[in-house]
Design a protein around this ligand. Structure first.
Ligand SMILES: *[C@@H]1O[C@H](CO)[C@@H](O)[C@H](O)[C@H]1NC(C)=O
Ligand SMILES: *[C@@H]1O[C@H](CO)[C@@H](O)[C@H](O)[C@H]1NC(C)=O
Ligand SMILES: *[C@@H]1O[C@H](CO)[C@@H](O)[C@H](O)[C@H]1NC(C)=O
Ligand SMILES: *[C@@H]1O[C@H](CO)[C@@H](O)[C@H](O)[C@H]1NC(C)=O
Ligand SMILES: *[C@@H]1O[C@H](CO)[C@@H](O)[C@H](O)[C@H]1NC(C)=O
Ligand SMILES: *[C@@H]1O[C@H](CO)[C@@H](O)[C@H](O)[C@H]1NC(C)=O
Ligand SMILES: *[C@@H]1O[C@H](CO)[C@@H](O)[C@H](O)[C@H]1NC(C)=O
Ligand SMILES: *[C@@H]1O[C@H](CO)[C@@H](O)[C@H](O)[C@H]1NC(C)=O
Ligand SMILES: *[C@@H]1O[C@H](CO)[C@@H](O)[C@H](O)[C@H]1NC(C)=O
Ligand SMILES: [Zn+2]
Ligand SMILES: [Zn+2]
Length: 614
């Protein structure tokens, strides 16, 4: 995971916004306590799903969020469905598909690792997501694709190769991803799969990863452009199926899907192509032509995607060969019991299946084994990344500015020296909500195990470092952004998306207008496919720009006072070059850099919470 941490939060390049957008969230109630069966009134979806002859339930980028979102602050209850609820949903949906005599497939587009205590809270010597993936294995996935988070640590990839992929009998796909074991390179899962659906449709499936470059040694990601030139690829697509199902951990827009699409279209000009993408954590849909649809279904089990297509009868049953546009639909479901019950025509007491309940119970047991509800303290209110302005009392970045000077100096002999402490905002991956702050929360909010280093420099130079870091030139920024993209850093795209929905809402409705109605906060998707995509209408969350880097409050000392300039380890190179540009008295090198404390970035919030929130 270390390399993905080179996540200089480039998201901040946006204009400040002075609107005081009042949101429904301000009036939310904290009354419901039991996550499993929400007692908060959840608005049901607006309309039934549109079924076709072939239908797909799609998940992607679940990152260990298998117990759903458990906080009482909205929008979290909207995403409170756990994997057990999802399993019951899938069971009922399969029954409905059978009754309608249509096909229903279940597809996942990768990134099962890294993100919650269920995946990352394992005891020393364990393997990330090994235990949580056992639950994923219980779902009847028809096709799964590998994600970049399966590749940061060799042992994780090895675990997928040895213990996960075999369970899916050739349907766990890694078309362009290999692992080297004992010097021999081989695909982690299958390169492609051919199978026939219940209704007799022939499917050819692929599982493609974007051109990821942050992968561990002894794993290989072949560029997509090279993959489509491989002989195995030509052979796999040569025979015409009824449908191509292209799963993959690659964003559906602004990435390399057209290379795969065009390679297939060159051979099969009209065969239906269904693309299920992922990686940028957004809801998105587009059509590359009238006989294809591409869908991306968000992140962290905050979205379950739905795609339906009215396909011709399978070959052999079909009269003539149609080239007309296919009727598609897509929907982004908020994963919660209300949504699931609505679409399956079930009530609270007829929804659960024994199998679903056993998954929920198993996950709860795992959470207990990993001691994920170990409580450091009680957060007095929500601290958010973008919903609250920075700086402000409700900003998690402001919180971290305050946390560092406490948590990094506990039991530290340097505590008495004046200091400035710098970290990057990209190291924060999720909002910190009011209520118990647990081991699980620490792992969701600040998952990167970075250490802290320091240099001693005159305050006059130290105080210039943060502004310089935050104002890297446009060229530097662009090249950095390209670099970070290749390493798998996606927050920039995700934040652009939530900012865009917020600005669109203000332009259309004026600040605060819609919040006065009965809509609740959540995602408000505008994509390139016809009709409304969101299953439940929402008002967007407030969006405030944030800087790439933040620091603790500077000490009140003279410019020539020597201070400890403390910084998170992975920015060392940049930081040294900046220190050498803002002063000329001394040329600083790596030899001047020393460890500041043993406390890691993953621990600072817990240490602070034990002290301040008890
Ligand atoms: C989503 O959250 C809101 C509160 O913001 C709640 O009132 C609404 O009913 C939820 N909708 C669903 C479908 O869960
Ligand atoms: C990887 O797993 C092997 C055994 O499966 C273990 O010996 C090794 O220490 C692990 N490596 C890391 C870096 O965790
Ligand atoms: C890659 O695997 C080979 C053995 O197959 C091993 O000798 C080598 O050290 C590994 N490289 C790394 C960086 O782990
Ligand atoms: C992946 O493994 C296959 C099978 O061993 C091999 O033929 C192929 O060259 C490998 N691909 C890459 C990109 O290393
Ligand atoms: C078919 O779909 C394509 C792509 O979505 C669109 O450009 C075209 O207008 C459609 N044709 C008809 C006849 O609807
Ligand atoms: C739903 O069912 C559960 C389990 O039987 C029960 O605890 C809960 O109160 C029910 N919720 C509602 C809204 O009926
Ligand atoms: C922020 O918190 C401080 C300290 O708790 C408090 O004095 C101040 O009033 C708060 N500011 C706002 C705007 O709530
Ligand atoms: C600081 O030292 C005390 C006493 O040894 C110990 O109890 C405490 O856990 C230490 N705190 C941290 C954050 O290391
Ligand atoms: C929200 O308000 C509109 C108009 O006042 C009403 O038609 C709709 O039923 C309400 N929706 C919910 C979920 O209460
Ligand atoms: Zn992801
Ligand atoms: Zn990813």
């Amino acid at each position: 995971m270390r390399s993905l941490i080179v996540s200089l939060a480039l998201a901040g390049a946006v204009v400040a916004c002075g609107d005081d957008h009042i949101h429904a969230r301000d009036g939310h109630d904290h009354s419901h306590t039991k996550r499993e069966f929400p007692t908060a009134k959840l608005t049901p979806p607006t309309r039934p799903l549109q079924w076709g002859t072939l239908n797909i339930i799609h998940t992607t980028d679940s990152h260990g969020w298998l117990l759903g979102h458990q906080k009482t602050s909205f929008p979290e209850p909207n995403y409170s469905g756990d994997l057990g609820d999802f399993a019951s949903f899938v069971t009922h949906m399969k029954e409905i598909a059978k009754a309608k005599d249509v096909d229903l497939l279940l597809v996942d587009s990768g990134d099962l690792h890294d993100g919650t205590g269920l995946s990352d809270g394992f005891p020393p010597g364990g393997i990330d997501a090994q235990a949580s993936n056992e639950f994923y294995k219980q779902l009847p996935y028809d096709v799964m694709a590998i994600g970049n988070h399966e590749l940061y640590i060799y042992n994780n990839t090895l675990d997928m190769y040895r213990n996960f992929a075999p369970h899916f009998k050739g349907r766990y796909l890694s078309s362009n991803v290999n692992i080297t074991i004992d010097g021999v390179s081989r695909p982690v899962g299958g390169r492609f799969a051919k199978f026939t659906t219940r209704k007799g449709r022939k499917i050819t499936a692929l599982g493609v990863l974007f051109n990821f470059k942050g992968n561990a040694a002894n794993t290989t990601v072949q560029p997509v452009a090279d993959m489509v030139k491989e002989a195995w690829f030509s052979n796999a697509i040569a025979e015409e199926p009824d449908v191509f199902l292209l799963a993959g951990h690659m964003p559906i827009a602004k990435d390399n899907w057209p290379l795969v699409f065009d390679a297939i279209r060159a051979v099969h000009p009209t065969t239906p192509i269904l693309i299920l993408g992922g990686h940028t954590h957004i809801r998105d849909c587009l059509q590359l032509d009238g006989r294809s649809m591409s869908l991306e279904s968000g992140r962290y089990m905050e979205t379950v995607g739905w795609m339906s297509a009215d396909l011709p009868a399978p070959k052999g049953h079909q009269h003539g060969h149609s080239t007309k546009n296919i009727t598609f639909s897509r929907r982004y479901l908020d994963p919660n019991r209300v949504t699931y019950e609505y679409h399956t025509g079930r009530g609270n007491f007829s929804f659960d299946t024994a199998w679903g309940r056993s998954i929920t119970k198993g996950l709860e047991k795992l959470a207990k084994t990993f001691d994920l509800s170990f409580q450091y303290g009680t957060a007095p209110h929500d601290f958010t990344i973008n919903q609250a302005p920075y700086p402000s009392n409700n900003s998690v970045l402001s919180l971290v500015s305050e946390v560092m000077p406490y948590s990094l100096t506990v039991n530290n002999t340097r505590a008495g020296n004046p200091n400035i402490m710098i970290t990057n905002s990209g190291s924060l991956r999720f909002d910190l909500y009011a209520g118990p702050f647990t081991k699980n929360d620490q792992l969701t909010v600040s998952p990167f195990a970075d250490s802290f280093l320091y240099l001693t420099v005159p305050f006059g130079a130290a105080k210039k470092v943060l502004p310089t870091l935050n104002h890297a030139g446009a060229d530097e920024r662009r090249s950095l952004e390209t670099e970070l993209w290749a390493r798998g850093y996606v927050e920039t795209r995700y934040r652009e998306w939530i900012e865009e929905m917020y600005r669109r809402d203000i332009a259309q409705n004026g600040a605060g207008l819609r919040a006065a109605g009965n809509l609740t906060v959540g995602y408000v998707t505008s994509d390139a496919c016809p009709g409304v995509g969101d299953d439940t209408p929402h008002v967007p969350l407030a969006f405030n720009p944030i800087p790439d880097f933040i620091s603790s409050a500077p000490p009140d000392v003279s410019d020539d006072t020597i201070v400890d300039l403390v910084f998170v380890d992975f920015i060392q190179t940049q930081l040294l070059s900046i220190v050498n540009s803002v002063q000329s008295a001394k040329v600083f090198t790596t030899a001047d850099v020393l460890p500041y404390t043993n406390v890691l970035a993953t621990e600072i919030l817990g240490i602070y919470a034990q002290h301040a929130w008890n």
